[in-house]
Design a protein around this ligand. Structure first.
Ligand code: ADP
Ligand code: MG
Length: 364
C-alpha cells in the first residue's frame, strides 16, 4: 500500500469553469522524494493544498495509510508545510518561529527547547536562535521555514516552490541541503516546482502536470530519455519539433523528405497520420552540408545565429527545405554543439545541415 493515494480526485473552485485538478490518480510511496512539476496554473499548488487539507476535493478520495483523510483538519494530518513565501512570523525570533507548531500542539516546554535546537541544527542554524526573520538572508529564512516544518517530526513534508525567491547560487545550495535532509531523515517529501532542473536535481520521481492532469510520472532519467508525449519532451529539457506525416519507412516532412525515427509505440498510428518528430538539440550534429555528416537523417538549413554559451555553442538554423510549407512555425531548430565539434568558419547566413540518428528522434 502506498503512503498516500489520490483516487479520481477533482477540484473545481467556485465560479470556475475548468477543474484545477482533473481526475488525479497518484500514489506517493513512503520515504520517496516526489516532485510535482508543471507550468503555472497546472494544478500543482491545488494538489498540495488538497493533500495538506487546506482545500477539500470536489470529488474523489485521498487516503493516508489506506484511511480516507478528506474530513481530517490540516493539523491532524501530521504534515509539515513550507510555502513559497517564507511565511515566518516577523515579530518572533527564529527559535519562537520553529517552536510554534509544538506550542499549538501543547508540547511540554522543556521538550520544545530540545526539539527546536535539534531542528535548527539539522538546517545548520543553531547559532541564529535569537535573530528575527528580517535579520536573516532569504536562504536562512527558508531554512527556518524548513526547520519549522520538520520540528514535529511529520511523516510528510510538503514544499510549494520554496526556493523560487532565491538567486540561482543560493537556490542550488538549498537544493543540496534539501537532498541531504531527505537522505538523513528518510521523511517523505512532496515538492512543487516549475523549474525542470530543480525537479531533476531533487527527485526520485517527477509527476509532470498539465491542465490539472499528470502527463507522465517517472524518474527524472526516464522522463528525459523516454518522454511519453511532446508536452513532456518540451517541458523537460530542450526539444526541436517538426510536423510530419507517417510514411512507409519513416516519417515524411512537408517537402516530401523521408526521415527515419523511433515511433513511440503508445499510439497505434495509421499511415499518413499527422505526427510530431522530436529531436533534442544535444543529439543534432552540424555540418557545412549533408555529405559532411555521416547520419541517416539530414535536414538542410540556413545558419541564423551562433551563440557561445560557455560549455557549448547554440547553433540556430532555419530549415530551408521546408520553407513555404504549411508548418512554418516549426521551421527554426537549434543544436547544442560542444566547442570541439563545431565546423570551423561558420558564418551567419550560410547553408548548414543538421544530422541526427534515427534512435535519437522520437515520433509521437
Ligand atoms: P500551479 O500551482 O500549478 O500554478 P494552481 O493549483 O495554483 O496551479 O492553480 C490551478 C488552477 O486553479 C489555475 O487555473 C488557477 O487560476 C486556479 N485557482 C487556484 N487557486 C484558486 C482559487 N483559490 N480560486 C479560484 N481558482 C483558483
Ligand atoms: Mg503554485
Amino acid at each position: 500500500m502506498a503512503l498516500i493515494e489520490f483516487e479520481h480526485v477533482f477540484k473545481r473552485y467556485p465560479g470556475s469553469s475548468n477543474a484545477a485538478v482533473d481526475d488525479l490518480n497518484l500514489h506517493i510511496e513512503a520515504g520517496e522524494f516526489l516532485t510535482l512539476l508543471g507550468p503555472s496554473g497546472s494544478g500543482k499548488t491545488t494538489t498540495l493544498m488538497l493533500l495538506a487539507g487546506f482545500e477539500a476535493p470536489s470529488a474523489g478520495s485521498i487516503r493516508l495509510d489506506g484511511q480516507s483523510i478528506e474530513s481530517l483538519p490540516p493539523h491532524q494530518r501530521n504534515m509539515g508545510v513550507v510555502f513559497q513565501s517564507y511565511s515566518l512570523f516577523p515579530h518572533m525570533t527564529v527559535a519562537e518561529n520553529v517552536a510554534f507548531p509544538l506550542s499549538v500542539r501543547k508540547v511540554d516546554k522543556s521538550v520544545i527547547a530540545d526539539k527546536v535546537t535539534a531542528a535548527l541544527t539539522k538546517v545548520h542554524l543553531e547559532n541564529f536562535t535569537h535573530r528575527k526573520p528580517n535579520q536573516l538572508s532569504g536562504g536562512q529564512q527558508q531554512r527556518v521555514a524548513l526547520a519549522r516544518a520538520l520540528v514535529f517530526e511529520p511523516r510528510l513534508v510538503l514544499m510549494d516552490e520554496p526556493l523560487s525567491a532565491l538567486d540561482k547560487k543560493l537556490r542550488e545550495e538549498m537544493q543540496l541541503e534539501i537532498r541531504r535532509l531527505h537522505r538523513e531523515l528518510g521523511v517523505t517529501m512532496v515538492f512543487v516546482t516549475h523549474d525542470q532542473s530543480e525537479a531533476m536535481t531533487l527527485s526520485d520521481r517527477v509527476a509532470v502536470f498539465n491542465q490539472g492532469r499528470i502527463e507522465q510520472l517517472a524518474s527524472p532519467q526516464a522522463l528525459y530519455d523516454a518522454p511519453a508525449n511532446p508536452f513532456v519532451a518540451n517541458f523537460l529539457g530542450d526539444n526541436n519539433m517538426l510536423n510530419c506525416t507517417l510514411a512507409s519507412g519513416g516519417v515524411k516532412t512537408a517537402s516530401g523528405q523521408v526521415l527515419q525515427a523511433r515511433i513511440c509505440a503508445t499510439t497505434a498510428f495509421e499511415n499518413e497520420a499527422a505526427v510530431k518528430l522530436c529531436v533534442r538539440p544535444e543529439f543534432l550534429q552540424v555540418g557545412a552540408d549533408c555529405a559532411a555528416l555521416a547520419t541517416p537523417n539530414c535536414l538542410n538549413g540556413t545558419l541564423v545565429d551562433l551563440i557561445h554559451q560557455g560549455d557549448h555553442w547554440r547553433v540556430v538554423a532555419r530549415l530551408t527545405a521546408l520553407e513555404g510549407g504549411p508548418h512554418s512555425a516549426a521551421l527554426q531548430w537549434f543544436a547544442k554543439v560542444s566547442p570541439g565539434a563545431l565546423p570551423p568558419g561558420l558564418v551567419v547566413g550560410q547553408n548548414v545541415s543538421l544530422g541526427f540518428r534515427p534512435e535519437d528522434a522520437w515520433v509521437f
